[in-house]
Design a protein around this ligand. Sequence first.
Ligand code: NZQ
Ligand code: ZN
Length: 379
Amino acid sequence: MENFIAYNPTKLHFGKGVMDQLGKAIQEYGKKVLLIYGGGSIKRNGIYDKAVEQLKSIGVEVFEYSGIKPNPIIEDVDEAAKLGRDNDVDVILAVGGGSVIDSAKIISITIPVQHSGWDFYAGKAKPQTAIPLISVLTLAATGTEMNPFAVVQNKETQQKLGYGHDLLYNKHSFLDPENTYTVPRDYTAYGIADLIAHCLEAYFGGGEATLSDKIVFAILKDAMEYGEALLDDLENYDLRANIMYDATMALNKITMHGRTSGDWGVHTIGHCLSMLYDTAHGASLTIASPAWMKYHKDIIPERIAFLGKNVFDVDGVDETIKAFEDYYKRIECPIRFSEIAEAGQTKDEVLTLMNQNKVQGMCHALNDDARTQILDLFW
Ligand code: NZQ
Ligand code: ZN
């Protein structure tokens, strides 16, 4: 087992009606609130009204920034940070999925400075302080509600990158599974795929950590069992609750304890597809992940087979990869690029971006030849 630090300061409020405590939590941090949300789903499903009711109950001044896009962009981050800076806000309230909460995290460290939030990604700046962030999660997938990571796109540099810093933890996260009832079937499946991918990134990370492996297997089995059932019963509280908690646990660092790091090679490939074609994050991963495993089947056969034995009770590397592909098919996620391809998209442009961004994992390096082979395997 590798040395590790266990640290997670986020106060997680989980369950029915937890938003009733939102006002009280915000009140701890001040009187001026920057409210951030996405394209309007929270207005259609009533979550916006619930949040505003809480804000009114504590008599705070509210500044709103809406329109954060799925696969969020740095321009929105910088514009929202300017709004927060100009109005000297005390606290940020993010209401939405991973895109909204990730953007809010970078906004929280960009408000106190005079430069673009991208400078943190580019390694040109380090955050010294952050505006406190409180979130209401509306989509179970990323784990951003209880981790210190944020992923943003920069169209100019053609990069979709993750950034991690302890200042990015939410102070409070409110998770009411009922708030996810309106997530459509496809995004519900992409969320399940994303949490599965987070477990796999941890599992294929560095170092031997047997308990962390067993935690990965437990989350995977829970998510696969309840995820499939959920797609046929989108307003089932218990199923939504199980998947929501699975997603939080899949990337709140508990699966990383005792490892040098996760791998994240599959994510870096997926980010290229999202960058180029605005592919939903989870869908990009179900395309990249089986191909990544196929490429590695002669490199780490025992590790892949051990996963299959523990999760699906199958024997063998090919059987394991097939079991994952079959599962992704059952939840209607794509496993080949051709399933999401549109006219004019070429292998060359994907490969060029993958090579330009030196796509690879933290534990399993990939060179240009490996990237070409992986691309061939999912094309
Ligand atoms: O924009 P709105 O109107 O809110 O609609 C969203 C969006 O269209 C909609 N939605 C969210 N909650 C809903 C809902 N629709 C109906 N009812 C609800 N309750 O769903 C769509 C997708 O939302 P988005 O926030 O983009 O999805 P997700 O939560 O999957 O977040 C994806 C982003 O997170 C990043 C991804 O790369 C991607 O940019 N990730 C963040 C990570 C992290 N911070 O740790 C790790 C992940 O690996 C991932 O990279
Ligand atoms: Zn992910």
